[in-house]
Design a protein around this ligand. Sequence first.
Ligand code: HEM
Length: 211
Amino acid sequence: MVRWLNDRLRRLPVWAVWLGGLIPLALLVWDTFTGGLGIDPVRDIEFRLGRTALYFLIASLGVTPLLRLSRISLMRFRRALGLLCFTYAVLHVLAWLSMDMGFLWAQMAKDIVKRPYLLFGMTAFLLLLPLALSSNNLSLRRMGAQAWRRLHRLVYLAAPLVALHWIWSLKTFPVEPLLWLAVILALLALRLAVPRPLRRGGLRGSGKEMA
Ligand code: HEM
């Protein structure tokens, strides 16, 4: 069964993941131009972009535990999932900068004082930035596998920060983000608890295969 699934997954092109991953963006654009957003359209746009970024972040975190626990391999798609997360995070930040703040520094400083949870989001974004920039084979070759893998562990810091960013932004009891925080912590625990299988022939080639 696992072999059958992995065979099917091997035939799925990475661009199909990109295509699927951009559907939430297409729906958001559609809703923006057809009046499908809520009573506060700017917040709606920010929320949807932020949430989608978080979902892709969690999906990319789930790839290694899934492989180690079930041998189902989504490794070929991990880079796309990570970059999709970053794409939505950039759009989320741009939405805040442009529609909320009008690119005004003074306004931004005031907003950060008023809503300190933004600092969690900013820190998470700064942690994700080097990961996105080094998500290519050239960086992997230049940095070497060990350093590259060490750098990419930053994702385990960024993900809980995003959940805290969401939790702190709410005035009501944060049921949903707490659930996502639990998922993130469970994925982190699994990563630490389930050892990496020994490879025959050492590390080969690209970051796509690195668990
Ligand atoms: C410079 C960095 C960031 C800024 C300025 C920022 C800004 C914001 C703002 C203004 C909100 C709306 C809060 C509200 O009005 O109640 C928000 C919510 C949110 N942000 Fe961020 N954010 C940043 C980084 C991130 C990153 C990197 C992610 C994900 C990878 C993220 C995910 C979320 C989520 C999931 C929400 C909650 C959405 C909801 O309530 O439905 N943010 N952020």
